[in-house]
Design a protein around this ligand. Structure first.
Ligand SMILES: [Zn+2]
Length: 366
């Protein structure tokens, strides 16, 4: 643009006739072309982000949890969108894809959601000490943090199950390829194991408060289950009843086929050695022959456990026995029977040596 500059000596206005040189060379033309391509690409991204949030959210609920997480890594806008709506997205995905698995693997309750007076009973130091004695930490699962999570019997089991399926998922390649899972001396750990177990605990902890992470864990377990069923169905030496799964079932990306009759999950895999023969670990359900369907038993158990904690605080030992017997069901029966034995031995010993502490009775079975 021409400019007028006043000259104080001659007082004649100077007209600035300089102007930008028109650039014309092969190099500038090349740069221009690249700029156009860049802007086109940029425009394409901007168009997607300009989609209404409702429409984007609707699309995300039809994707798998893994795909949703990948989408969130694309840019900051998508990341913020997924973070702000992860619970809504997670709830719908679980409803669409993992309704059965969600009943086998619910998340434990947060301690802060438990009534304050029961929180004190749960975190009581003598109870926690008894817990650590009777439930020795597993090598492949990190124990729940009693200051953050409810540590009633049900919540401990649900927490352990989340850690277990994450660990089982980690070793799928080894199991597929026949590569032995590294072992560790009994009662010891290694750096890689500590890191793996801590990582799994971080994911499980996120799942407690965010259903998208919960959905991701269920997705991983569905993948592990499909791969395990494939492995075992190829194993002609294994004559056990297998889970009925077609090619379509395996490719569906939902747990619907697990509603069919199949072998029950009787025992919790206490160590990784049990992964080799593990086909479909689906706890907290049993087959109702009369109705020809699976019955899911976890609902309401956390509440019943909390009731028991309260009743024991008032020395209602009959409640303890009733509850313990009620816990012995078809599912996880081995765990329950072992716990019951531990309790009986512990309570007999206590009766003969010291005054009865109600909290210790409860701790003995959980
Ligand atoms: Zn609980």
């Amino acid at each position: 643009m021409p400019r007028h500059v006043s000259n104080s000596d001659s007082e004649e206005p100077l007209e600035d006739r300089t102007a930008a040189l028109s650039l014309k060379s092969k190099r500038t033309e090349r740069m221009q072309r690249r700029k156009v391509v860049r802007e086109k690409k940029k425009d394409a991204i901007v168009n997607l982000t300009k989609l209404p949030t409702e429409l984007l959210l609707e699309c995300l609920t039809y994707m798998s949890p893994r795909e949703v997480f990948n989408f969130s890594f694309a840019n900051r806008r998508f990341h913020a969108l997924v973070t702000a709506n992860s619970r809504v997205i997670g709830d719908v995905i679980i409803e669409r894809r993992y309704t059965l698995l969600a009943q086998c693997f619910p998340t434990p309750k947060l301690l802060r959601d438990v009534e304050p007076s029961i929180q004190d009973l749960l975190t009581d130091s003598s109870r926690q000490t008894q817990l650590s004695i009777h439930r020795r930490p597993y090598q492949h699962i990190q124990s729940p943090d009693a200051q953050q999570l409810c540590t009633c019997l049900t919540c401990i089991l649900t927490w352990n199950n989340l850690g277990l399926v994450l660990d089982f998922a980690h070793w799928q390649s080894n199991l597929d390829n026949g590569v032995p899972i590294p072992t560790m001396p009994r009662g010891q750990t290694t750096e890689w194991n500590s890191e793996l177990v801590a990582r799994n605990a971080r994911i499980a902890r996120r799942a407690v408060e965010d259903s998208l992470w919960h959905a991701r864990i269920l997705e991983m377990h569905l993948d592990s289950t499909v791969r395990s069923i494939k492995r075992h169905s190829k194993n002609k030496g294994n004559k056990r009843t297998h889970v009925d799964m077609t090619e379509e079932d395996a490719a569906a990306g939902t747990d619907a086929f697990l509603s069919k009759h199949g072998p029950p999950s009787l025992e919790f895999p206490y160590q990784r050695d049990e992964y080799y023969m593990l086909e479909a670990y689906l706890p907290n359900r049993w087959w109702k022959k009369i109705d020809m369907r699976w019955a899911y038993i976890i609902a309401g158990q956390h509440e019943r456990d909390l009731e028991l904690v309260q009743r024991l605080a008032t020395r209602d030992t009959l409640a303890l026995l009733t509850h313990t017997m009620a816990c012995i069901d078809l599912d996880d029966w081995m765990t329950d029977v072992l716990d019951f034995k531990t309790y009986m031995i512990g309570s007999l010993f206590e009766r003969s040596t010291s005054s009865t502490a109600p909290l210790k009775h409860y701790a003995a079975i959980v």
